[in-house]
Design a protein around this ligand. Structure first.
Ligand code: MG
Length: 384
């Protein structure tokens, strides 16, 4: 009787094709070994390595409160079974992280607790639990892990997530605060880009000089980032109305991130979309910003990386908020990682790699101003 049941069960499985299908799934790594990204000498243990890197700026970079010529970066790699994923932590001074604090954090990350990079959720939840802050350090692990998993799967993340690469926006190119003749020169340099981003928020004379100088060279769309520089809501509304007559498409962080009620007042009256940047760091910040801003600017270094960035896309959309993807001054590593969510965003400010003179990766490209994603697996980068 027992035998009868077994053999009829086997017949059923055969009819359903289950035995054949199960036999085919031997080892996904064997099937994916021909993706070209697997190296010899593989080990089924994840290994995290890292090194510091100073990004040299092409121009002195000035925003409302500071100027600098270099950006401190830490580059990470996670290797597993012959595949290597690349990651990065980029740290502009205002973020509160340094190369030393990132290294200290990375030394505490113990990936030997996990048996495979496909435990991505558990790994990144653990990484996030190590400290409260260190968002850039966490992003450097998150990006390397995503790159690794994408390479093993043989697909880029925009495809794994099911996004449409045709819907990426044009990236803006930043023209920093400077003297009139320098601004004119930088504006001419930005001519291949379809959107110019301008950093305002000092004083009325400087802000208007910046916009008027750019307008004396080109009619290209301008995105404005006030970096919390406007102190008064009436003044901010007056400036926005003035900018609205000059082909400006949106305003990023007009006032302090703490001025939520004033910003809500402004958003209600503004003819241009108001986008939260400094006010929106992580997923949990989004619900309280609904109503106070039209949308949010997602940056991997603020939100701990690609996993949370993708969650922020869903939450913001569910709340009918508009989306932008931004960056710090970064190599093509973190830029290409951020570009994976670009198909879901209305605005992109992914020019960080274009502002540095010593990039170490080749990745996402800008074609006719538009963010152009490739079919390369993971985050789609190669070492230069
Ligand atoms: Mg900003």
């Amino acid at each position: 009787m027992k035998e009868t049941i077994t053999s009829s069960r086997r017949d059923f499985l055969k009819r359903a094709g289950i035995i054949t299908a199960a036999a085919a799934v031997i080892n996904p790594f064997d099937l994916l070994a021909n993706t070209g990204y697997q190296k010899k000498g593989s080990s089924k243990k994840m290994e995290l390595t890292f090194r510091t890197f100073d990004a040299q700026m092409r121009h002195v970079f000035t925003i409302a409160n500071s100027s600098r010529t270099t950006t401190p970066i830490v580059l990470t790699e996670i290797s597993y079974d012959g595949f290597v994923g690349y990651g990065e932590a980029a740290m502009p001074p205002y973020l509160g992280e340094t190369q030393a604090s990132v290294i200290e954090f990375l030394k505490r990350v113990d990936l030997s607790r996990f048996s495979s990079p496909f435990e991505l959720q558990d790994i990144l939840t653990y990484v996030d639990s190590i400290t409260t802050n260190n968002t850039a350090a966490k992003a450097s692990v998150d990006i390397a892990l995503h790159d690794l998993v994408g390479k093993i799967m043989g697909q880029p993340w925009w495809k794994i997530w099911g996004f449409n690469s045709a819907t990426t926006p044009c990236t803006s190119f930043t023209v920093g605060l400077d003297k009139e003749d320098v601004v004119k020169e930088k504006t001419k340099e930005a001519s291949p880009y379809k959107v110019i981003k301008v950093k305002l928020g000092r004083d009325e004379a400087t802000d208007k000089m910046m916009v008027n100088t750019i307008r004396s060279v080109t009619d290209t769309t301008i995105c404005v980032d006030a970096n919390q520089g406007w102190k008064d809501k009436y003044y901010a509304l007056e400036m926005i109305n003035w900018l609205n007559e000059r082909n400006v498409s949106m305003i990023e962080q007009p006032m302090s991130k703490y001025m939520l009620d004033e910003t809500a007042w402004l958003t209600e009256r503004s003819p241009l979309p108001i986008i939260a940047d400094e006010a929106c760091q992580r997923l949990t910040d989004i619900p309280k910003l609904k109503g106070a801003y039209h949308g949010i600017n997602i940056k991997l270094m603020k939100c701990t990386g690609m996993r949370e960035a993708r969650e922020m896309v869903s939450l913001a959309k569910a709340l009918h908020m508009r989306l932008m993807v931004g960056c710090m001054t970064e190599t093509s590593c973190a830029i290409s990682a951020a570009a994976q969510i670009a198909p879901e965003t209305e605005w992109a400010d992914l020019d960080g790699n274009l502002l540095i003179a010593n990039d170490v990766y080749k990745g996402m490209t800008v074609v006719d101003g538009k963010i152009t994603l490739s079919d390369k697996p993971g985050i789609g980068i190669e070492k230069l």
